[in-house]
Design a protein around this ligand. Sequence first.
Ligand SMILES: Cc1cc2nc3c(=O)[nH]c(=O)nc-3n(C[C@H](O)[C@H](O)[C@H](O)COP(=O)(O)O)c2cc1C
Length: 209
Amino acid sequence: MTAKVVTLAVTGASGAPYFIQLLRSLLESQVKVNLLLSSAAKIVIKTELDIVLPDSEANYKAFFLEYFLGSDAQNEDSQSLLNVYSKDEWTSPVASGSNPSSAMIVCPCSMGTLSAIALGASNNLIERAADVMLKERRQLILLTREMPFSSIHLENMLKLSHMGVTIMPASPGFYQQPQSVSDLVNFVVARILDHLDINQSLIPRWGNN
Ligand SMILES: Cc1cc2nc3c(=O)[nH]c(=O)nc-3n(C[C@H](O)[C@H](O)[C@H](O)COP(=O)(O)O)c2cc1C
């Protein structure tokens, strides 16, 4: 069976902790990740987390592998787990329907990127990769975040939902009585992993207590 490859796009909506926990979970599950970050995403990550990204995107792969896997980062297996592509890297696998990922998640998804995907703009690699998933009818998940939503946002989400896209608003439930921000983040990431069909033990399942 072909290994699962997930494209994880990060855009400039609030919610960098969701991205960090999702990438950690994917790498720990040995899922191959194609990582794409928008310019605004880098600003939000810096604003919301005590993470200082390298100046050059060329160093992102080494940085994230070291951040999540520590001394295992140099292993050949670890090195093959993650690829990071810049916004105009049109020669990357995610840019073509001939080499699509098993699934793509935009986490978090800004209203700007939501709109571009709904229009089929394909003006940067994130928008193009999402467009590829749509045309190839592959799994696409958008972790949308804004408050409140305008009619434009809602119409864009409805349009994409009708096309088979899973719209997951970043809205954790409270019925597990979360004790920390981490519990809230894990609630959302667990639901994403469930949809990606990746085993997770971040939160207990309802009804299994
Ligand atoms: C700290 C911060 C938080 C933001 N939060 C949101 C948000 O929750 N939702 C949203 O749609 N845009 C948010 N924005 C605005 C987007 O980053 C902006 O519209 C940007 O153009 C999105 O570009 P991108 O989709 O290429 O990442 C935020 C910006 C900053 C700096």
